[in-house]
Design a protein around this ligand. Structure first.
Ligand code: FAD
Length: 478
């Protein structure tokens, strides 16, 4: 058994950034192990790619590892000559939408630089393994790894990110085993293997669906691509940026009271928030602006607005408004957006608000019955491939990640009552089944959605880690 001070489970963006910041702030040399089965630490699901079509969904300055050094990434990008290698990163409005793979390379390099040396003299290492289960010990947790090793740590940090989307009904039965059903939309190699003339159904219309469509189009796909979702909401088109107007996220988020609350007072209902937002959008449009600025003020205030909402309001938002919020929140890189718009204009790609009523295997094809939103009539269509882009699964109590399942089963960490992610306190300490915050277990990143709601974008994850790290470092001094 190996003993360390800190075991970070999951070495995607969140786990790597956590380890980097801890090694910078720790008051004594710590032994920090980042358990991550991928070869490249720092990349995770979003950035472990070299696909040229997968770009960051917002301009370069809105992504960082060091919130207090916002130019660090732009300097690295320039030093590496990334733009010369990838001129397509430059959008018409002058913003840079870098490849997600380049961003992953940047985070990986930062992590490796801190393995080589860091301000606290900590030992930082990448343990290439997968954690299967956790057991509480008198002074922390012991983790079982999939290579038979065990790791015990005073502090365990769960940064295991997203679970692959779950096959939704009616694709969750026999159909899920059909060769044409692609359950994992992040398996881009599999997407590229789809025959060029296949008729494709994409379940979902958000960012992952756009990634899949962009990959298919670049690969020269000739067959039809139909994307369907229940709401029929497609990510909003991004108006051209005003030069020099990329907001300083740190300045907008690290403040005593959020911009939205400072301007409009405290809101305790989703309806009230929506009403205020709508009136701000009307005001902006009357003055020649657009929805982007008022929505941006709301988005950059979620850290303050969400915790103030009663539980019933949080559930209401998740049930009725999340899809609407997400299509404004997660816009597409313009390069991807315009390629898809071109294919939509020539009829190859279509978007439809529809329910999949039934699905059946039909030889080499999948026969799917669809019902248009608001309509009664059904129509049946045959597809050669169906790609599941319905979004990551965020419910720990039905997770297929064995470690997450073990934390829930043992009551070490309780699912958030809003129904997404885990319950944690302000400092990301896991709240167990007994309702108590556990100083030996922290949960960070997207798995804290229920508690913070804004832990999906890289900047917001880094900002929260920046905010809680002094307290974590101090707790490890004792
Ligand atoms: C397709 C996609 C595109 C995105 N694009 C953007 C973008 O452009 N800009 C932006 O700001 N945000 C984007 N996001 C949001 C993005 O998720 C966050 O920016 C951030 O990358 C989340 O990282 P993470 O490390 O928490 O999760 P993940 O990327 O899911 O990484 C978690 C890691 O944990 C490991 N792991 C899981 N379970 C275990 C275990 N039991 N033991 C050991 N290791 C384990 C996995 O192997 C994985 O590498 C995107 C998300 C997705 C899914």
């Amino acid at each position: 058994m190996t003993s360390v001070d800190v075991a970070v489970v999951g070495g995607g963006y969140t786990g790597a950034v956590f380890a980097i910041h801890l090694s910078r702030l720790a008051g004594r040399p710590l032994d920090i192990a980042v358990v991550e089965p991928r070869k490249r630490p720092g990349c995770g699901v979003a950035y472990d790619t070299d696909d040229p079509d997968l770009r960051l969904n917002a301009p370069l300055p809105v992504h960082f590892v060091y919130p207090d050094a916002p130019d660090h990434l732009s300097d690295w990008y320039a030093d590496q000559g990334c733009l010369a290698r990838d001129p397509g990163a430059l959008a018409a409005d002058g913003s840079i939408y870098m490849c997600r793979g380049d961003f992953g390379r940047y985070v990986e390099e930062q992590f490796r630089a801190h393995v080589d040396g860091n301000p606290s003299g900590s030992r930082l290492r990448h343990v290439r393994s997968r954690a299967l289960a956790a057991h509480r010990t008198p002074d922390g947790y012991r983790l079982d790894l999939d290579d038979g090793r065990t790791l015990s740590a005073g502090l365990t940090v769960l940064a295991s990110g997203y679970d692959c989307p779950r096959a939704p009904p009616p694709f969750d039965g026999a159909v899920s085993g059909h060769a044409g059903f692609i359950a994992d939309p992040w398996d881009t190699a599999r997407i590229r293997e789809i025959p060029a003339d296949a008729r494709i159904l994409v379940l979902g219309m958000a960012q992952t669906a756009s990634d899949v469509i962009a990959i298919l189009l670049r690969a020269g796909h000739r067959g039809s691509i139909a994307a369907v979702s229940r709401h029929g909401l497609y990510p909003r088109r991004r108006p051209p940026a005003i030069p020099g107007a990329v907001p300083d996220v740190m300045e907008r988020v690290v403040r005593p009271v959020s911009l939205f609350t400072a301007a409009h007072g405290r809101h305790e209902s989703v309806r009230g928030l929506l009403r205020t937002l709508r009136s701000e959008v009307r005001r902006a449009e009357a003055a020649g602006g657009s929805w982007v600025e008022p929505f941006g003020d709301l988005k950059d205030s979620v850290w303050d607005l969400w915790p103030a909402l009663p539980l019933a309001e949080k559930r209401r938002f998740l049930r009725h408004l999340r899809a609407w919020y997400d299509v404004h929140r997660f816009q597409l890189p313009p390069q991807v957006d315009s390629r898809i718009a071109g294919a939509e204009a020539n009829g190859q790609v279509s978007f439809e608000a529809a329910f999949c009523v039934s699905a059946a295997c039909d030889g080499g094809a999948l026969s799917v019955t669809l019902r248009r939103r608001g309509g009664r009539e059904c129509h049946r269509k045959a597809f050669d491939a169906v790609v599941n882009c319905t979004g990551p699964d965020m419910q720990p109590d039905r997770s297929n990640n064995p470690l997450v399942a073990s934390l829930v089963a043992c009551g070490y960490a309780a699912p958030h009552p809003a129904g997404v992610g885990f319950s944690v306190d302000d400092e990301c300490r896991a709240i167990g089944g007994d309702g108590r915050a556990d100083p030996h277990l922290r949960i960070v990143g997207p798995l804290t959605y229920g508690a913070f709601a804004d832990q999906q974008g890289a900047a917001f994850i880094a900002l929260r880690l920046h905010r809680i790290m002094p307290g974590i470092a101090a707790s490890l001094n004792r």
